[in-house]
Unconditional design. Structure first.
Length: 215
C-alpha cells in the first residue's frame, strides 16, 4: 500500500518541485531541483556527457556570464547555456556591436567548441516574461520525464522569450519524439529550436539505467 501511494504521489510532487523552482530562480534551479531532488541518481546515470564535459559546461556558464556582464552592464541581458562545450547565447543586447562583442568574449573561454548566438537586438525583457520562460522550461522537463523512451538528462532545456531550445546527444528517433512532446507540453511556446549532437541507437544503450535485480 505504501509503495502504491508513493507512485501516485510522484507526479504531483514533480509538478510541485517545478513550481517551487520557478519561484526560487529564473535560470538553472528548475533543472537542479527536478534532476536532483526528484529523480537524482537515475538522471545522473543517463547523462551522455563525460564527467569532464559536465564540469567544463558548468565552468563555461560561470566564466562567460561573469565576463559578458561587464560588456552589457544594464543595457543587455545574456543567458549562457552550455552542453558538451557547445554554447547557446540568448537574451537582449543594445546593438549589433554589443552582440558581436559578447560572442567574441565567450569564445575566449578555453573549452568552448562552438557558439550559437541567438541574442536579440532590443530592450531587456521584464520579470514577467522571464518567469513565464522558467515555467515553460519546468513543464517541458516534466513532460520529458513522463514520456517512456526519453531521459531528461539526455537533454538541456532552455526557454527564452517563449522559444524553447533543446540541446543534447540524442538519436534521430529521440529528436522527433522530444519535439512532439515539447510542442504539446505548454502554452506560450512560440518556437522550438533543436541544437542536437546526433548519435546512433547502439550508443544510447550504454546510458540507459538498468534496475538492479533483487536477490
Amino acid at each position: 500500500m505504501k509503495k502504491n501511494s508513493m507512485t501516485r504521489l510522484r507526479r504531483p510532487l514533480l509538478l510541485l518541485a517545478v513550481s517551487a523552482a520557478v519561484t526560487v530562480s529564473l535560470q538553472g534551479c528548475v533543472g537542479l531541483l527536478v534532476g536532483g531532488a526528484v529523480v537524482g541518481t537515475a538522471m545522473t546515470a543517463t547523462d551522455r556527457r563525460s564527467v569532464g564535459a559536465q564540469a567544463d559546461d558548468a565552468a563555461i556558464v560561470l566564466k562567460a556570464e561573469a565576463s559578458v556582464s561587464k560588456i552589457t552592464g544594464d543595457l543587455g541581458r545574456v543567458a549562457v547555456t552550455s552542453f558538451n562545450r557547445q554554447v547557446l547565447l540568448t537574451g537582449e543586447v543594445r546593438d549589433e556591436q554589443m552582440k558581436a562583442a559578447v560572442e567574441k568574449q565567450v569564445a575566449t573561454v578555453g573549452t568552448v567548441k562552438s557558439i550559437e548566438n541567438d541574442l536579440v537586438i532590443g530592450p531587456v525583457t521584464g520579470l514577467n516574461v522571464r518567469s513565464n520562460d522558467a515555467l515553460i522550461t519546468g513543464k517541458v522537463k516534466a513532460a520529458i520525464i513522463d514520456t517512456k523512451g526519453l531521459y531528461l538528462n539526455a537533454f538541456k532545456v532552455h526557454t527564452d522569450r517563449g522559444v524553447v531550445y533543446l540541446m543534447g546527444r540524442v538519436t534521430q528517433r529521440e529528436s522527433k519524439m522530444v519535439t512532439e512532446v515539447v510542442r504539446h507540453s505548454s502554452s506560450g511556446i512560440t518556437k522550438i529550436v533543436r541544437l542536437f549532437e546526433y548519435i546512433n541507437e547502439d550508443e544510447i544503450k550504454d546510458y540507459v539505467v538498468k534496475p538492479s535485480s533483487s536477490k
